[in-house]
Design a protein around this ligand. Structure first.
Ligand code: FAD
Length: 289
């Protein structure tokens, strides 16, 4: 199928892009890497009159660690660029690992980090990594700029806190604490597919007591948004992340997750997979602390 006719423009500033998105005369849509948007146009799931290509806006192409040690990734930064960056690999390796699970090199060479977050497919890896890493989202629109925390950013399947006339300009990952271990695991039928179910685990070790000081366990493919599992986290915090604590955390996944059935897998299969991935991810994360 071919898309409905549309105009294309590539502004050079955020201000111009926002003015185009806010124009009520015609429906405009942001285009970043186009890896999800172009298929949606071809299938006529989206019919914008204007595509606003944000990848030529210089200030959005920046990836850097700021003076407070936070990682800031602009909206035009490609997934492959972020995954290869030394600062990302050293300080936020979970992010690089999650990107490694996205599709294929061609997709990651074009697709942007922020594009995947703004698109918010519930089976996508980056929203889950962003919640596990407690990311913040900088959104600019005609009413100014605001920052939204990850817990509030993902609203529903393919829906986020970004309004139609707004732009996600940057995602910010807080400075990693010392003694933090991580792991990302997912279940797919073929390498490069979206996750049937996946998990990001981030654990912190208290070296004085050799117990877990903090834990974040977040699933993709287990609901309409990335699903954090406090019951599993509670089982891990204060423990030695041994067999008993892992069994309790896995049981929490089996009893609390409510994924849905679809053509790819039953809910039961997803739940069982999630529990097993949790054990594997938390074991690895603990070894890395
Ligand atoms: C064959 C194939 C396999 C794939 N496999 C995977 C996979 O395994 N895992 C996975 O997570 N993804 C996968 N993807 C999707 C890929 O990660 C996309 O790159 C990503 O979902 C969207 O990023 P993008 O930069 O291409 O955004 P685009 O396609 O340009 O945009 C996607 C949507 O987000 C909006 N948008 C983009 N950027 C912004 C912004 N800064 N502010 C506001 N709105 C914005 C657009 O308007 C559009 O609605 C796959 C894609 C393909 C084609």
């Amino acid at each position: 199928m071919k898309p409905t006719p549309f105009d294309y423009t590539a502004p050079s500033t955020v201000g111009e892009a926002v003015a185009l998105l806010a124009d009520e005369e015609r429906e405009a849509k942001v285009m970043a890497g186009g890896q999800s948007l172009i298929p949606m146009l071809n299938m006529r799931l989206a019919r914008p009159e204007l595509l606003v290509d944000i990848t030529r806006i210089p200030e959005l192409g920046r990836l850097h660690v700021d003076e407070s040690g936070d990682l800031r990734i602009g909206a035009a930064v490609r997934q492959a660029h972020a995954a290869a960056d030394h600062a990302v690999r050293d300080g936020w390796p979970l992010l690089a690992a999650a990107i490694g699970h996205i599709g294929h090199p061609q997709i990651r060479n074009r697709g942007t980090v922020c594009g995947s977050l703004a698109h918010h497919d519930p089976a996508a890896e980056l929203p889950t990594a962003a919640l596990a890493l407690d990311a913040r989202f900088v959104i600019t629109g005609p009413r100014g700029t605001r920052t939204v925390v990850a817990e509030d950013f993902f609203v529903a399947t393919f829906s986020t806190a970004v309004e139609a006339d707004e732009l996600l300009t940057e995602v910010v990952f807080p400075r990693p604490p010392a003694q933090r271990g991580w792991a990302f695991e997912e279940l797919t039928r073929r390498h490069g597919d979206f996750a049937t179910v996946g998990v990001a685990a981030v654990l912190e070790r208290d070296t004085a007591t050799d117990t877990c000081r903090a834990a974040r366990v977040v699933f993709c493919g287990a609901g309409p948004v990335p699903v954090r599992l406090p019951a599993a986290e509670d089982a891990l915090v204060g423990s030695d992340v041994g067999e008993q604590a892992l069994a309790t955390a896995a049981h929490a996944a089996l009893s609390h997750l409510t994924p849905s059935d679809d053509v790819h897998a039953t809910a039961e299969y997803r739940r069982e997979g999630a529990a097993r991935l949790l054990v594997r991810a938390c074991t690895t994360a603990w070894e890395r602390c």
